[in-house]
Design a protein around this ligand. Structure first.
Ligand code: FUB
Length: 323
């Protein structure tokens, strides 16, 4: 099917968020996005559409380092036909940041979209977390504070490393209280004010076995799930709790090593009645790997007791959802 026909098809089905420069394509399996390297997926559902926010691995082969300057957003109403929207946010959009568009997550509150990102701080040694805001899930986004929400000096009592303040994940609980979780080596969490751009209490540690990074917090029924990258190379493990404040009970491995990438960074969402495990591997072409990663999607299933079944990573990916 030609690109033009795909574009017309998407215009008819996308709910009207297409703009000049957007690209639409039909996924053929895993990895989903094959024409550029995408990493650290975060996902959000909103009004019948799923949005996947990613970092962009730009490191030229054969170099082996993170070169990440911007974030990307993709949307779909059926998990098969995807639109990439114009780049909605870059590390340089945060005037206080030096660069490094690392892992992130977007959440909606009261019609605004808040994008929590990890970057390197220009003046305060180490990584930092910022937040951008937009009236649309596809942007454009702008720095919501003009300063970092989390800086390395706020967490030195827990670890002296300079790269612990990365990988933000966010949840709004049923009572309206929002929480930010993040961290490398040590997992942290803190309450957010209703404005979503200020902390509403102290930074608190969450102790999880063999924790490395990439926390993702989600809720299903009365259970809270905290999944995270464990050890290195990373596999994804998880813990469950009846309370967002813990105690967290370790439940084991959720996803095995990707094999072709040291990191595996996951997002978990429900969309149109199905649960999805969204992650990255190094599976696109012969140059893919730990610094040229690609987003994949597979189904996630629960056991009757609420625990999650181990993910089966597939080449075929997920089927189109029609309802
Ligand atoms: O993409 C840079 C870093 O690699 C992320 O912050 C980690 O989660 C890992 O995926």
């Amino acid at each position: 099917m030609s690109r033009l026909i795909l574009l017309i098809f998407a215009l008819a089905t996308s709910g009207g968020l297409l703009a000049k420069g957007d690209t639409t394509f039909v996924a053929t399996g895993n990895p989903v996005f094959r024409y550029k390297y995408t990493a650290d997926p975060a996902a959000m559902t909103y009004h019948g559409t799923v949005y996947i926010y990613t970092g962009h691995d730009e490191c030229p082969a054969p170099q082996e380092r993170y070169v990440m300057n911007e974030w990307c957003v993709f949307s779909s109403s059926d998990m098969k036909t995807w639109t990439e929207h114009s780049v909605p946010l870059k590390a340089k959009d945060f005037s206080w940041a030096k660069g490094d568009a690392w892992a992130s997550q977007v959440i909606e509150r009261d019609g605004k979209f808040y994008w929590y990102v990890a970057v390197t701080h220009k003046d305060i040694h180490g990584k930092a977390i910022g937040v951008a805001v937009s009236d649309s899930p596809v942007g454009p986004f702008h720095d919501a504070r003009g300063s970092a929400l989390i800086t390395n000096d706020m967490t030195t009592q827990y670890t002296k490393i300079s790269w612990d303040d990365i990988d933000p994940t966010v949840i709004i609980d049923d009572d309206g209280q929002a929480y930010l979780f993040w961290g490398n080596t040590q997992c942290y969490y803190a309450k957010l004010k209703k404005n979503m751009i200020e902390l509403d209490g102290p930074v608190m540690p969450v102790n999880l076995p063999r924790y490395t990074e990439a926390p993702w917090i989600h809720k299903r029924g009365d259970w809270y799930y905290l999944s995270y990258a464990s050890e290195f190379p990373e596999k994804i493990c998880y813990a469950m709790s009846r309370s967002i404040n813990g105690p967290w009970e370790y439940k084991g491995v959720l996803n095995e090593l990707a094999g072709n990438s040291n990191t595996n960074h996951q997002a978990i969402i429900e969309f149109k009645g199905n649960w999805y495990f969204i992650y990255h591997n190094g599976g696109v072409n012969t140059q893919g790997g730990s610094f040229r990663r690609s987003v994949c999607i597979d189904r996630l299933y629960y056991n009757p007791d609420g625990t999650m079944k181990r993910v089966r990573m597939t080449t075929e990916g997920v089927a189109s959802v029609t309802n």
